[in-house]
Design a protein around this ligand. Structure first.
Ligand SMILES: [Zn+2]
Length: 97
């Protein structure tokens, strides 16, 4: 997955679910400030964080995870948001959230 493919996949999720992006591409400084992993996908513009509208039920979250997997994305649920990154990328074979 390249950056353009990642952007398109995220756009598909954004249009289909009640999610709002709270973080995308970060500078090294910003990533360090927010406690991001030193090799975060956010540094490459291929990591995004989303929050859900408060009324969203768990079944919608499960459906989004399924759709994300179909799109080649990995969802990592954090305390207050869902982090999304490529499932894998030949160009950047990272695993850090
Ligand atoms: Zn993230």
């Amino acid at each position: 997955m390249n950056r353009a493919e990642f952007d398109a996949a995220c756009a598909t999720l954004e249009l289909g679910f009640a999610i709002s992006q709270t973080s995308g591409r970060r500078t090294t400084h910003r990533n360090k400030t927010v406690g991001g992993h030193p090799e975060s996908w956010h540094l490459l513009g291929m990591g995004r964080d989303y929050v859900w509208d408060p009324w969203v039920k768990d079944d919608a979250r499960a459906l989004m995870r399924k759709r994300a997997t179909q799109l080649g994305l990995r969802v990592v649920s954090e305390d207050d948001h869902d982090h999304i990154q490529p499932e894998q990328s030949a160009a950047f074979p990272r695993s850090a959230a």
